[in-house]
Design a protein around this ligand. Structure first.
Ligand code: ADP
Length: 232
């Protein structure tokens, strides 16, 4: 963005970095207590220290997300582009989701069309886009399946994550890609999250000169797709 937003982004990036160090110490000390480094602990203490550890981890995730976003907005995020195999991105993302899918009794599928390598930041596409989308798919699906796929679509490589979950109302389908936008903001909502995942996914897709969108029907499911130009 402009000058003001750049300074704000740089401030946020520095701030996030400063926040991470003490937060890492807190979760590391909590883990040490849980691991018995300070001797045996009662179940009550285990519960409380476990909460400290879990909440610390969530805060670290949030800090990392804010740091990533501010770096991107400051124009300071450098992609590490190299030839990568789109099929491997899908397989790695699916591998990372196996446990989560199994825990919820969801079928996890991949659909892969073999194709030439793509010049892209494989780690960012896999971690920040595909895995983010797949985590959401599992989070918002109670029964059925999650499919991760890739195919050629004219000059693009088209990736998708399809679920049979709660779906997203038409009115929310654009806004969920904005920072902190969540459909359900009630205190009683069942799912955890920061509302930053899709904003970050969109930024990384756009850094690849691609685009991302969702097709969804409430109560039926959602398909998140993103297309990366094959020539970049
Ligand atoms: P978070 O998941 O941390 O809340 P995201 O930016 O990843 O943040 O998603 C924003 C919102 O979009 C979610 O809170 C949810 O309301 C909606 N959403 C995202 N993915 C799905 C999905 N697969 N099915 C239904 N709703 C979704």
């Amino acid at each position: 963005g402009g000058g003001g937003s750049r300074i704000k982004s740089e401030f946020l990036a520095n701030m996030s970095h400063e926040l991470r160090t003490p937060m890492n110490a807190i979760t590391n000390f909590a883990s040490m207590v849980l691991d018995g480094v300070c001797g045996d602990i009662s179940d009550d203490v285990r519960d409380v220290v476990g909460e400290i550890d879990d909440n610390g981890e969530r805060l670290l995730e949030l800090i990392n997300d804010v740091l990533d976003l501010s770096k991107i907005e400051a124009g300071a995020m450098q992609l590490e582009r190299a030839p990568c195999d789109p099929a491997a991105c899908v397989e790695n993302a699916a591998g990372a989701m196996e446990h989560g899918a199994r825990e919820k009794g969801l079928q996890l599928r991949t659909q892969i069309e073999e194709m030439p390598s793509l010049l892209a930041d494989e780690r960012r596409l896999t971690q920040h886009v595909l895995i983010n989308l797949a985590k959401n798919a599992i989070k918002f699906t109670e029964a059925g399946s999650v499919e991760i796929g890739v195919r050629r679509d004219e000059g693009d490589v088209l990736f998708w994550v399809r679920d049979t979950g709660i779906g997203i109302a038409e009115a929310d389908q654009e806004r969920i890609f904005e920072t902190f936008h969540q459909v359900d903001t009630s205190m009683t909502r069942q799912t955890e999250g920061t509302g930053l995942g899709l904003a970050i996914a969109r930024k990384f897709v756009e850094l690849h000169r691609g685009r991302i969108w969702v097709d969804s029907e409430e109560g039926v499911g959602s398909t998140f797709s993103f297309a990366i130009p094959a020539s970049t």
